[in-house]
Design a protein around this ligand. Structure first.
Ligand SMILES: Nc1nc2c(ncn2[C@@H]2O[C@H](COP(=O)(O)OP(=O)(O)OP(=O)(O)O)[C@@H](O)[C@H]2O)c(=O)[nH]1
Length: 198
């Protein structure tokens, strides 16, 4: 398997949640720790992209940090900065609000991309939605992320449209649960309490 770098995006404003999403507790642990643990199981390196790593002293020491090179450019800028930290050919990107990321799915994406050298990345479709912030990209795509930022655009879909992406459908009601609001956080807590998570 080609070397894999894990990038966790934690540089957002959490305006809808009204508190930092990555520090919300699930299983009595910060979501950022749960995510990093999953990534460390399959990635040779893990980088958290954030303006301020000081609240994250609970993370294992092998987790690295990066700051945005282009500020206020949203996740597109965050991914660009994360990729700058590693030349590994495969870069798995995850937003800090996907608490139920699974190593099995990451490995499935890696296999899927390795079978198809012409593709730039693999983006899952779950619950009829594309999830470009729970996705795998080749390192060579960094130039596209930079180009979008430099052209003043910020949407992940602007990058996706430029790339030769492979999609795959994954229908799990919770794995792609994205916690942007207190209601979605409550849904994640409920899923844990009801033992609905594998
Ligand atoms: N490094 C970095 N990450 C970002 C930036 N903006 C958003 N993110 C991350 O990208 C992911 C998706 O962010 P969003 O949910 O769209 O935005 P958010 O700022 O976290 O939340 P809202 O303020 O509620 O929109 C999250 O993991 C954020 O932490 C940024 O400018 N830099």
């Amino acid at each position: 398997m080609e070397q894999l770098h894990g990038i966790v995006l934690a540089g957002g404003q959490s305006r809808r949640m009204k508190e930092p999403k990555e520090l919300l507790l699930l299983h009595n642990e910060p979501v950022l720790l749960l995510i990093c643990r999953q990534l460390l199981a399959v990635c040779e390196r893990v980088t958290v992209v954030t303006a301020d790593p000081s609240p994250y002293s609970f993370l294992p020491s092998m987790v690295r940090f990066a700051k945005d090179i282009y500020q206020n450019c949203g996740p597109v800028g965050g991914i660009h900065a994360g990729m700058e930290k590693s030349n590994y050919p495969l870069q798995f990107v995850i937003a800090c609000d996907y608490p139920f990321v699974r190593t099995k799915t990451i490995m499935k994406m890696v296999q899927c991309l390795e079978q198809d050298p012409s593709r730039d990345g693999v983006v899952p479709i779950a619950n009829e939605k594309l999830h470009p912030l729970y996705a795998l990209y080749r390192r060579r795509t960094q130039a596209s992320f930079e180009q979008i930022v430099k052209s003043g655009r910020r949407r992940m879909m602007d990058v996706i449209e430029e790339l030769n992406i492979k999609t795959f459908t994954q229908n799990d009601p919770y794995e792609f649960l994205n916690m942007n609001t207190p209601v979605e956080y409550a849904r994640a807590q409920h899923a844990i309490n009801m033992n609905l998570i594998d």
